[in-house]
Ligand binder design. Structure first.
Ligand SMILES: C[S@@+](CC[C@H](N)C(=O)[O-])C[C@H]1O[C@@H](n2cnc3c(N)ncnc32)[C@H](O)[C@@H]1O
Length: 201
């Protein structure tokens, strides 16, 4: 379900790169659904790359690289997918990239750091969705080269926070219930969350 949600956001491309691929199940799904013709998959861990080679054995056009961040070979991919890492690490990887590929990102945490970094690095977020899969909440963000200045609310809660979809509503309602136990210390964040939740009423 998480894999499907992410690959749904991927436009069809000739060359896809997946950074931090681990088992490379996301790339396998991209091939299976006809979203890419060729893939470059990389991981900082050689062991993970071995798993990826098994998963993608039916796709001999795949290039495998052990690399910290985005490998040279992936520089001119049409899209680069970085998913399942924390927001700080994704932001740090993006900051070192100066190519023009579209970026499909799904941070496990701190999506706000990723959104801010995208704008700082000359990327504009065009799609941004909070979703729930297997009982957990995730964000999936698609960005292309372009100027954008997200508002603080967009950076924190997503570009489309005013639409407040069901998953975002559920995630933030839980967060708000916890914050309310914090009293004055957490009042400002609670107020911002209440403003998002209002949009769904
Ligand atoms: C939790 S897995 C995510 C796998 C897959 N992308 C997914 O979403 O299902 C994170 C992967 O990122 C890799 N990784 C961590 N830091 C990295 C870096 N600096 N450069 C490349 N890969 C990295 C880890 O070795 C691990 O395989």
């Amino acid at each position: 379900m998480r894999f499907e949600k992410i690959i749904d956001k991927l436009p069809a491309c000739e060359v896809l790169a997946e950074v931090g691929c681990d088992h490379a199940k996301l790339t396998a799904l991209a091939y299976e659904t006809g979203k890419c013709g060729k893939a470059i998959v990389s991981d900082i861990s050689e062991k993970c790359l071995e798993k990826a080679k098994v998963t993608l054995s039916a796709y001999p056009q795949t290039v495998f690289c052990v690399c910290d961040g985005i490998p040279e070979a992936a520089y001119y991919a049409d899209a680069i997918m970085i998913c399942g890492m924390g927001g700080h690490l994704i932001a740090e990887i993006i900051a070192r990239y100066d190519g023009n590929a579209a970026l499909l990102l799904s941070p496990q945490s701190h999506a706000e750091i990723v959104r801010r970094k995208l704008n700082e690095c000359g990327y504009a977020v065009s799609e941004d969705e909070c979703f729930k899969a297997e009982g957990k909440f995730y964000d999936v963000i698609f960005a292309v080269r372009g100027k954008q200045a997200l508002t603080p609310m967009q950076a924190e809660f997503g570009v489309h926070w005013q639409d407040c979809n069901e998953a975002l509503y559920e995630k933030l309602s839980k967060r708000l219930a916890n914050l309310r136990k914090g009293g004055e210390r957490t009042r400002e964040e609670a107020e911002r969350i209440a403003k998002v939740l209002e949009c769904r009423k």
